[in-house]
Each structure stands twice: as C-alpha cells, then as structure tokens.
Design a protein around this ligand. Structure first.
Ligand code: ZN
Ligand code: ZN
Length: 259
C-alpha cells in the first residue's frame, strides 16, 4: 500500500490555510517527502515527527518547492526530543551549490559549510539513472519549466505514482505518466496564458492536467500547485471535465491510499 498525504498544494505563494508543494509518501518501509515548500512543516508534524522522515526528494530549486528545508534544518538540529538528527536529502543536479549559497546568507554565527550538511545526508541524484531506495524504484524525467526540473515516477509492488512537479505541456509527459495509479499534477493556470507560445510555458492549466491524466490512463488525478484566487471549484470542474472522472484537489492533510 502506498499512502500520499498532501501537506501543501499552493502555487508560488501559499493559499489561505495551505502551503506550497510538499507530499508525504508512505509505504511499509518509507516515509518520503516529495518537495519541501514553504508553510508545510506544521502540517507534516500533524502526521509524523520530522525525524521519522526516511528521506526527502526535491524536484527543482524554486523556493516554493524547497524553502522549508530551512526550518527543517533548524528543527533537526535544535528541536528537543528527537531520536535522529539527520535525514537523507536527494537534490537535483547543482542542488548542493544552491544550499551552500543559502547557507552563506543564513548561517549567522554558525558555520556555513555545516549549516545544511550536518543535518542532511545530501546526494545529488543523477536524473538519467533510476534511484533505488529499498523496494522503491524512482525514475526521473526533465519537465518543461523555467529552470531545470524533474518529474518522478515512483514504483513499488506493481504500483506507480507519478509526481510531475512544475511543467508546461509536452507530449512526452504522457508515456512517463502511463497507467500510473495516481498522478500528482499541477494546474497553475485556469486559462491558457494569451500570447505565450506553448513551448515557452512552464505550467499547465487544470484542464490540461485532466487531459494528460486521461491520455495516460491514470487511475487517479490529484490536482495541485494552484492559485486559490482562481477558484478552487472552477479548477476542479475543469480538471474533471477533461479527466472524465472525479479529481482529488490538494488540501492540507488530504490522504490518498493506493492499495
Ligand atoms: Zn517551479
Ligand atoms: Zn512551483
């Protein structure tokens, strides 16, 4: 069984009562955090303690997907009562340099070189190679975004979950998502932005999320990475119209279980 707990789901700025991108993926052997966007650690701790994480995977280095690594670092270092004070962290290529840059402005009297390294076992994943974590096989695929960004497909025991992170539309997303039991797909826009060529778009509409999930034959669609000001019900409706079935819409604490 795979359980996904939504910790956020806002686009680049938190929605009322909802932080940005972060999802807890649990199996018998793993408690894995997919992205670590702002305002999501409080929700995480309603489910597990921070030292119960078995690892963190970051899709790309935009702040709305990575910024809560900062308070997580402080928690792992200073929070009383933890049994463990380090967590494996898989970053995209160049992620270590990104964190080193953050540390130089945040360290304030602490040693910048150790700031993140002392609480995170940091590895930069190789996106062209599968990452094997016990029984989990994780494959990456570059998305179409404003900076390098990787979607991931997580498979175990005949089940597959695809997290598309941030992406514009392009055909290769469909085979990557093929027959996933659950696709976590962004719906940043309500309407296609006028005057923006498709090859320059780094995000999807909610309708495109539904179309993609349908074309891939996905079992379920979790619509996420949206601006609440666009109207959550309208975004849901557009995604459902295209998917042809009910859609889950990201909300903090929402749990989806794939048996
Ligand atoms: Zn992004
Ligand atoms: Zn984003």
């Amino acid at each position: 069984m795979i359980r996904i707990t939504v910790l956020g789901g806002a686009a680049a700025c938190p929605n009322p009562g909802q932080g940005c991108s972060a999802y807890l993926l649990e199996t018998d052997g793993h408690r894995l955090l997919l992205d670590c966007g702002p305002d999501t650690l409080a929700t995480l701790q309603e489910h597990i303690a921070i030292d119960e994480l078995s690892g963190i995977i970051i899709s790309h280095l935009h702040a709305d997907h990575a910024l809560d690594l900062v308070p997580l670092r402080y928690g792992l270092k200073y929070m009383p009562g933890l049994a463990r004070r380090s967590v494996p962290l898989w970053l995209p290529p160049d992620g270590r340099a990104f964190l080193a840059g953050l540390a130089t402005v945040l360290a304030h009297g602490e040693v910048a070189e150790d700031f993140f390294e002392e609480v995170f076992h940091i590895t930069e994943y190789a996106p062209d190679q599968p990452l094997q974590l016990g029984e989990l096989t994780i494959r990456f695929r570059p998305t179409r975004h404003y900076i390098p960004c990787w979607a991931c497909r997580i498979e175990t025991a005949g089940r597959a979950i695809v997290y598309l992170a941030d992406t514009g539309p392009f055909p290769e997303l469909i085979p990557f998502t093929e027959k996933a039991d659950l696709v976590i797909c962004e719906g940043t826009y309500r309407d296609v932005p006028a005057g923006l060529p498709i090859e320059l778009r780094g995000h999807l509409t909610a309708r495109e999320a539904g179309t993609l999930a349908a074309a891939a034959g996905a079992g379920r669609l979790l619509l996420t990475h949206f601006w609440a000001t666009l109207g959550v019900q309208a975004l849901r409706q557009e995604a459902e119209d295209a998917f042809g079935r009910p859609v889950d819409v990201a909300a903090p604490g929402l749990v989806i279980e794939i048996p």
